[in-house]
Design a protein around this ligand. Structure first.
Ligand SMILES: *Cc1c(COP(=O)(O)O)cnc(C)c1O
Length: 411
């Protein structure tokens, strides 16, 4: 009971964003005039819903009965042994065990309920790895709403099984053939659709980025990960962990895990970005580690751009991390030093995936495998002190990546 109260209070302790949707210098609302009213309607609906106990009761019940929350937090002793650091204990927060197999459903469900509150009947969304698209299509089937998913043609090829799942769930999947045919281009197409269909349509944005109020809404909906973790680790260890490690694409699973711990200075927060073929090669998606601040997709945040301010092409083996932007709150937490950002290459992620699979029987998503692989490197480089307690955010399961993993790991 006491633990419940502590975590509840801490989870809601954040006072940011401010009323202009800013986290320090980052965030805001850089959108065409036509979208401003829709964003303000969404913000108002959300703030009313957040204060309404019926909304949290309905969301909480659906998270329990339909998503499978709380997800497990458990130790992985055989994996921890491979780190070869005396006394180290590693816990996994198992978002891969949610219905549909990734944390994305926490956000999709919450925004689906908000859309209903606003009287919208049609949902559109962008997707990269397809996990967000599958989560949205699932929620639309549950709530009886029309669903259109925009997906880069390049991503459709490498995540074919998720495309089939979305179609089976009744969603229309629209291939985006513009630009680099990846997540960024799918976002642009979604915005175009939204502007044309504001009266009927909610744009269910998939990560804690984009214009205000999305970074706040998505963070709050994903903070269930960190609140549960806090309760569970206190139950298991009687103290908070020394490290939280999570992969960073747009940033939603990371901020969801980190947020309830931001005011605990002894808990080190490590976000792991995709280094692709290596940050030095330019073929990567390490936005916070190698980028600079600028304006993209409706917000001011770190992004990957060239000297002329052109958004650069990204690469990651994990489609869900292959994005040149990142959420404004994670940018803020970089500049104030609260979160440390590190990177893992494609090869390090594959090594992480392989090691966790062989030691614990858990096939992680390639995105999550970046956090796993980074922890292995951290230990190898002597940067993980003896007797540390580590919580690894396992954002999703690897079924969607089987073809890639098979090609690279099965001899
Ligand atoms: C989408 C995705 C990510 C990256 O998105 P964030 O918003 O950074 O969490 C990470 N892991 C999995 C499994 C995903 O599907």
């Amino acid at each position: 009971m006491i633990i419940d109260q502590v975590s509840h209070v801490t989870g809601l302790a954040g006072t940011l964003p401010d009323e202009r949707g800013r986290f320090g210098a980052f965030g805001g609302r850089y959108v065409p005039e036509g979208l401003m009213a829709a964003l303000l309607e969404l913000e108002e609906t959300y703030l009313l819903a957040r204060a309404d106990s019926r909304f949290s009761a309905e969301l909480g019940e659906l998270l329990r009965t339909r998503v499978g929350r709380p997800t497990l937090l458990h130790q992985v002793p055989r994996f921890a042994q491979t780190l070869a650091v005396p006394g180290v204990r590693v816990y996994l927060k198992r978002e891969d065990m949610t219905h549909t197999g990734a944390h994305k459903i926490n956000n999709a469900l919450g925004q689906g309920l908000l859309a209903k509150r606003m009287g919208k009947t049609r949902i559109i969304a962008e997707t990269g790895a397809g996990q967000h698209g599958v989560a949205v299509a699932t929620v639309c089937a549950m709530l009886g709403m029309t669903c259109v998913i925009y997906m880069g043609a390049h991503d459709m090829r490498r995540q074919a099984s998720n495309v089939m799942r979305m179609k089976l769930l009744g969603a229309e999947v629209r291939a985006v053939d513009t630009g680099s045919r990846r997540l960024k281009d799918a976002i642009s197409e979604s915005v175009r659709d939204w502007v044309a269909n504001l009266a009927t349509t909610h744009y269910l944005f998939g990560t804690s980025a984009g214009p205000a109020p999305y970074p706040m809404i998505v963070r709050d909906l994903q903070t269930v990960i960190g609140m549960e973790t806090r309760n569970q680790i206190l139950q298991a260890e009687g103290r908070l962990p020394d490290y939280l490690v999570a992969c960073v694409g747009g940033g939603s699973n990371a901020i969801g895990l980190f947020h309830p711990f931001v005011d605990d200075p002894l808990v080190e927060l490590i976000g792991v970005e995709a280094a692709g073929h290596g940050v030095e090669t330019g073929d990567h998606a390490a936005t916070l580690s190698a980028g600079s601040p600028g304006e993209m997709d409706g917000a001011y945040s770190y992004l990957l751009q060239d000297d002329d301010g052109q958004i650069t092409r990204t690469h990651s083996i994990a489609a869900g991390l292959d994005y040149p932007g990142v959420g404004p709150e994670l940018s803020y937490l970089k500049d104030n030093g609260r979160v440390t950002y590190r990177t893992a290459t494609d090869a390090v992620a594959l090594h992480g995936l392989h090691t966790l699979t062989r030691t614990e029987g858990i096939i992680a998503a390639l995105e999550s495998a970046h956090a796993v692989g980074y922890l292995l490197e951290m230990a190898e480089h002597g940067d993980l002190p003896a007797d540390s307690t580590v919580v690894l955010g396992l954002s999703g399961r690897g079924d969607k990546d089987l073809a890639i993993a098979a090609e690279r790991l099965i001899r």
